[in-house]
Design a protein around this ligand. Structure first.
Ligand code: FEO
Length: 167
């Protein structure tokens, strides 16, 4: 069984993962309005992936005979300065999430909860990939600068992302 402290912390992480889904959905809506359908699709898939992260934790709590307590989700930003700014915010967000996962892992280790540590290893690896992908796109957007033709090509490339893929 999960300790109360760990259960509360995992419930908090479920909230953060759903917030991530909400944030990326808002970013997807932004890209639709600025006519970058590829970026919009990429963000929509990212949002779905975040919801699946939340559900992974949700299932885990139930599997361990714990109690899921869903919390309210904060309103995400709706306005963004530029495409680069959107991906910079996404990268910053992922770095924050990595820190949260690491703190959760530290707590699981402190509580000698081995099953939670094993489950969180998946998230630790996932975060490496998440940060790397967002960072690559940030750097590519910096290279593109204000060249619309290059942005058009990157948008096409990001739009080719398949479900379950990163890019
Ligand atoms: Fe669920 Fe992007 O971390």
């Amino acid at each position: 069984m999960l300790s109360q402290r760990l259960q509360d912390a995992i419930n908090g992480q479920i909230q953060h993962e759903f917030y991530s889904a909400y944030l990326y959905l808002s970013m997807s809506a932004h890209f639709e309005t600025v006519h970058l359908p590829g970026c919009a699709r990429w963000m929509r898939l990212q949002s779905q992936e975040e919801a699946s992260h939340a559900m992974k934790l949700f299932e885990f709590v139930l599997e361990r005979e714990g109690r899921v307590v869903l919390q309210s989700i904060e309103q995400p930003p709706a306005k963004f300065k530029s495409s680069l700014n959107v991906f910079q915010q996404a990268l910053e967000h992922e770095r924050k999430v990595t820190g949260m996962i690491h703190r959760l892992y530290e707590l699981a280790a402190k509580e000698n909860d081995y099953a939670t540590q094993v489950m969180l290893q998946w998230f630790i690896e996932e975060q490496v990939e998440e940060e790397r992908t967002a960072s690559d796109i940030v750097e590519q957007l910096k290279m593109i600068g204000d060249q619309p033709a290059a942005l058009f090509l990157l948008d096409k490339e990001l739009g080719a992302r398949g479900a379950g893929e990163k890019a």
